[in-house]
Design a protein around this ligand. Structure first.
Ligand code: GTP
Ligand code: MG
Length: 370
């Protein structure tokens, strides 16, 4: 049969047809946007950094607001995580933001276990999501997703090198969360020292095999900006709650006897770079990586641990149903064995008791007759 006008056959047996008029499915992306906007978004930030390194100040500066803040004391027996959720709105976009703070991080004399509460917190959020996914009656549509989308790792501005606590913690977290390392209080380090410090940090991360988050460069529209920004990692940031008048503008800054450090001045620090990269350009990628990479890994390990597999021992596809039936069969056989064992044990006990009774009977008989 002759192909219709505009009908192109493709190698996969699908045909490409041209349409004679407007159908309307070109509005699908707009429908998706509309639906997402109505539903709202969630974004969860984990701030890992020692007490007093500037976590709360940076969060306030990033969102241009004042979040609840309780200063941590330096005498915590162990590290604990403090999540706080806020409803924010920008234009018509609703954001459920959770900021999780590591309280007491770096304060213990023995820091061997400092990473543990952080790992446990991240895993618990994955587990909650998995449990929701595995429910018969799921409500993922309005589920409050608390999985951590980005971990801001605050590095002390020593100008020296990373601490072993930093390396150990980042290594433990790198397969679970998108790590964005930042140099905190970057106004306390000179320009030359900062340059060398950044190079040192990156080489230490590489030599210790720590995988940090890199802004994606596979999307043509953002490849340029992301690859140039990747070169600035780790971002050196300054936070401030003070507003200072510079010329005729009021800006967030830190005022010193010798001058003013402007937070949003790219010549002074990387604060704007961090904000642009984390929110304006790559927020969706951070959310996607969390789901497609980190959660996927957690889910896979967890299901394998539970005995689920995609393939049988001959590498043939194995469905969930088949796994379930195989597990059920295994369970029933196991149960049968246990029943058999118990029955045997019971028979043996009866035999033993019978023998004991007979022995006693004999003794009594001998006693009476003798
Ligand atoms: P805890 O929650 O108690 O662990 O502290 P934190 O990490 O939240 O630190 P916070 O933001 O409370 O800041 C502690 C001190 O550091 C405050 O006096 C801040 O003004 C100061 N600070 C915060 N950011 C910066 C910065 O970028 N540069 C300098 N020089 N000081 C800063
Ligand atoms: Mg704080």
């Amino acid at each position: 049969m002759a192909a219709a006008d505009g009908d192109v056959s493709t190698s996969e047996g699908k045909r490409s047809l041209s349409l004679g008029g407007h159908v309307g499915f070109d509005s699908l992306p707009d429908q998706l946007v509309g639906k997402s906007v109505t539903q709202g978004f969630s974004f969860n930030i984990l701030c890992v950094g020692e007490t007093g390194i500037g976590k709360s100040t940076l969060m306030n500066t990033l969102f241009n607001t004042t979040f609840e803040n309780e200063e941590a004391c330096h005498f915590q027996e162990d590290v604990h995580l403090r999540p706080r959720t806020y409803e924010l709105q920008e234009s018509n976009v609703q954001l459920k933001l959770t900021v999780v703070d590591t309280v007491g991080f770096g304060d213990q004399i023995n820091k061997d276990e400092s990473f543990k509460p952080i790992v446990d917190y991240i895993d618990t959020q994955f587990e909650n999501y998995l449990q929701e996914e595995l429910k018969i009656k799921r409500s993922l549509f309005n589920y409050h997703d608390t999985r951590i989308h980005v971990c801001l790792y605050f590095i002390a501005p020593t100008g020296h090198s990373l601490k072993s606590l930093d390396l150990v913690t980042m290594k433990k977290l790198d397969s679970k969360v998108n790590i964005v390392p930042i140099i905190a209080k970057a106004d306390t380090i000179s320009k030359n020292e900062l340059h060398k410090f950044k190079i040192k940090i990156m080489s230490e991360l590489v030599s210790n095999g720590v995988q940090i988050y890199h802004f994606p460069t596979d999307d043509d529209t953002i490849t340029g900006i992301n690859s140039s920004m990747n070169a600035h990692i780790p971002f050196a940031v300054v936070g401030s709650s003070e507003e200072v008048k510079v010329g005729n503008k009021t800006v967030r800054a830190r005022l010193y006897p010798w001058g003013v450090v402007q937070v949003e001045n790219e010549n002074h620090c990387d604060f704007v770079r961090l904000r642009e990269m984390m929110f304006r350009v790559n927020m969706e990628d951070l959310r996607e990586q969390t789901h497609a990479r980190h959660y996927e890994l957690y889910r896979r390990c967890k299901l394998e641990e539970m005995g689920f597999k995609d393939t049988d021992p001959d590498s043939e596809p194995f469905s969930l149903q088949e796994t379930y039936e195989a597990k059920r069969k295994e369970f029933l056989i196991d149960l049968q064995h246990k029943e058999e064992e118990m029955r045997q044990m019971f028979v043996n006990r009866v035999k033993e008791t019978e023998a004991e009774l007979k022995e006693k009977e004999k003794e009594v008989f001998q006693h009476v007759c003798g």
